[in-house]
Design a protein around this ligand. Structure first.
Ligand SMILES: Cc1cc2nc3c(=O)[nH]c(=O)nc-3n(C[C@H](O)[C@H](O)[C@H](O)COP(=O)(O)O)c2cc1C
Length: 197
């Protein structure tokens, strides 16, 4: 490859990275990645740095019946937190399960006995896998958002989706097409977080 091509690839990669913005699930609609495209996105995820090749993460793609079960989890987790939650609050919690055409649950696997790869390294590996997936989606013209929330830690969600002891449901990944344009946001200046020592 000549240096012009190298420069172009660097510019493309930088543009891709800088153009990704978090889009909330309620602002994501069809078209969304189909199964073939999702497989490409997960192939990108699989290229994440992974010390000792533990592959300390997995993903669940939540189809229609899983969304129904997720809605129940959200409602249940809310009632557990707030026994006095009003009906419309419970309905609102349920509704969150049906936002965005593609919804994926990202799960970290912190179980393997491997002292050289402590749990926080494994979480970093999952973070890298997620970022690869987001950028691969962005490169294909899709928008994305991450969401978390206390329901992720709830016993009902863990049981419903078979999250094992030692695993951690980290966040949801929503994918689709953005209904709103978000401007580039200011990023931290390099000198704020880098020291040249
Ligand atoms: C693990 C994780 C969980 C997140 N959960 C939420 C969330 O629940 N709600 C939300 O609005 N954003 C969530 N975000 C996204 C951030 O809010 C978003 O990345 C941040 O505002 C920066 O915006 P940008 O991604 O467009 O640069 C999450 C991000 C990560 C890494």
């Amino acid at each position: 490859m000549n240096s012009d091509d190298d420069l172009r690839i660097a510019e493309l990669a930088d543009a891709l990275i800088q153009s990704r913005r978090h889009i909330g699930p309620r602002h994501l609609v069809e078209p969304a990645p189909d199964e073939g495209q999702l497989r490409e996105l997960f192939t990108a995820a699989a290229a994440a740095p992974d010390h000792e090749r533990l592959r300390p993460w997995r993903f669940l793609v939540l189809g229609p019946s899983a969304r129904e079960r997720l809605a129940e989890c959200f409602a249940h987790a809310l009632r557990e937190r707030d026994a006095d939650a009003a009906l419309d609050q419970v309905a609102q919690a349920r509704e969150k399960a049906f936002r965005a055409p593609v919804l994926i649950l990202a799960i970290a696997d912190l179980r393997a006995e491997q002292p050289d790869v402590p749990p926080f390294e494994r979480l970093v590996s999952l973070g890298c896998a997620i970022q690869n997936l987001l950028l691969a989606a962005q490169a294909r013209g899709f928008a994305s958002g991450l969401s978390s929330g206390r329901a992720l830690q709830s016993a009902v969600l863990r049981q419903t989706f078979g999250v094992h002891e030692g695993e951690q449901a980290l966040c949801f990944i929503s994918l689709g097409t953005a209904t709103r344009v978000k401007q580039a946001r200011g990023r931290p200046a390099v000198d704020e977080f880098v020291a040249w020592i």
